[in-house]
Write a protein that binds this ligand. Structure first.
Ligand code: UDP
Length: 256
């Protein structure tokens, strides 16, 4: 994977034999709510939660600044709420609150292992978390905190994928890392089609043209239009986050 410095404007640090390359100074990590549920598919699996926290702490200790957006699908999805007869906007608000619940769980798990972490919310709800602003998030990151950006965009009809692309741009991240339960982007859903093959790299346009469901299209277009690289990888395998940071090509890079 090439070195990517989207916003910070600093050159990557490379050692003599090129074995260790610090490519990402600041990242936006998207964690899926569904993955957080683990085997039970609902609620919060504490083993998975603690694995996520440990993986995040490991790269924070290497000096990577980490903003995290977490989904809420393990608790509530606006669209399924609407199918059950809820008003869509209220359903989406319920979904956004679900992401706050996950954010607090992750904050708690990170604090338990001694990692400084703050939660900023897109909807005012002090003292649960401070109200989000890009400047506040960047200040906290510069001070060595992991910053969890909760509540999605704060607006209905969006997803946390779009929340991630928005926040990645706002905090001037070098890359948006999308942690999923598959190890990259495939020609088709590998959980359904055994003949599906994985891309090492793919363009934004190809993701959109093929209608690949790895990320919602609004988020993909937003990253495309603003030059934010996306890296999709399997976050559910312990150690993978560190591999990505170390430059190992274990997932799929989405680029122009
Ligand atoms: N949501 C929203 N606006 C946002 C982000 C999320 O309305 O900016 C709502 C939406 O209803 C969504 C739910 O929150 O279904 C949970 O988020 P998401 O589905 O993205 O979580 P994931 O599928 O990644 O677990």
């Amino acid at each position: 994977m090439p070195c990517m410095h989207h916003g910070t404007g600093e050159s990557p640090e490379t050692n003599i034999n090129n074995a260790i390359t610090i490519m990402f100074k600041r990242i936006l990590l998207k964690l899926s709510g569904e993955s957080l549920a683990g085997e039970s598919k609902q609620g919060i699996d504490t083993e998975r939660l603690n694995q996520y926290a440990a993986q995040v702490k490991a790269i924070a200790q290497k000096g990577v600044q980490i903003g995290i957006v977490i989904g809420g699908g393990n608790i509530f999805r606006g669209l399924s709420g609407a199918q059950q007869g809820f008003d869509r906007v209220k359903g989406d608000q319920m979904g956004m609150l679900a992401t706050v619940i996950n954010a607090l769980a992750l904050q708690s798990a990170l604090e338990a292992i001694g990692q400084p972490v703050r939660v900023l919310t897109s909807i005012r709800m002090e003292p649960v978390g401070d109200f989000y602003s890009p400047a506040k998030a960047q200040r906290l990151l510069d001070k060595g905190n992991v910053v969890i950006l909760a509540g999605g965009t704060g607006a209905p009809y969006f997803t946390t994928d779009t929340g991630s692309s928005l926040r990645a741009l706002e905090i001037k991240a070098d890359v948006m890392l999308k942690g999923t339960r598959v190890d990259g982007i495939y020609t088709a859903d590998p959980e359904k089609d055994p003949t599906a093959t994985k891309f090492t790299e793919i363009t934004y346009d190809e993701v959109i043209r093929r209608g690949l469901k790895v990320m919602d299209q609004t988020a993909t277009v937003m990253c495309k239009e603003n030059g934010m690289p996306i890296y999709v990888f399997n976050m559910d395998k312990v150690g993978n986050l560190e591999k990505v940071i170390n430059g190992e090509q274990i997932g799929t890079l989405v680029k122009p």
